[in-house]
Write a protein that binds this ligand. Sequence first.
Ligand code: 13P
Length: 249
Amino acid sequence: MRVPLVAANWKMHKTAREARAYLERLLALVPREPKVELAVLPSFPLLPEAARALRGSPVRLGAQNVHPEPAGAYTGEVSVSQLAELGVRYVLCGHSERRKLFGEDDGFIGRKVRAVAGAGLAPVLCVGETLEERKAGRAWEVVARQLAGGLAHLDEPGALVVAYEPVWAIGTGVPAHPADAQEMAARIRAWLRERFGPPGEAVRIQYGGSVKPENAREFLRLPDLDGALVGGASLDPDAFWAIAQAAER
Ligand code: 13P
């Protein structure tokens, strides 16, 4: 039984003060034992504050990025052990904004996934095609390549999560068609089963891209989708909680 994971990717939003107010409100909404798993992924400087606020709560902490090396001369970067020390559970690897704006390729992303899993944290490998790739009928080819590269160094899935985020649906207000998201999730699951055997079945697959309270249920009731990775709508604690409630099944 896969427990849905609904995660708030704040991207480069919020100050520490805003984060405090948000988390106070969110924790007032979330019961002690929610039926789904919730995670909040703030920017690096907000992590200590968020860790303090979430301590003892059922809401997990996540990070938006990491560097694959354990330590060293990598100015401006953050290591897995620095995240682990703060109680971070989930780490995004290969978000499409990292791929597009910061030139991250599948090889680099695969090293991040290995570093995160090796430290006992849960990598969230983000995959997804662009609109041009979808129109050209290459969506699966692209996602399969991202899976192969991103998971190249994993022998077993462990706590791995895969987030399917079609690039054209991110921040546009236009989500994927639920049937297309389900089709892609089913192919991803089949690929994971082929790659890892039965443990591949247990990997949670999230959908991301313009998820809102109004459309969340359409995605979260699909058989191969086990949660959502939410950007814009997650910036409001009430909207984020409304989405999480849509995942209760
Ligand atoms: P939006 O929900 O703003 O479309 O962003 C999705 C996303 O990129 C989550 O990682």
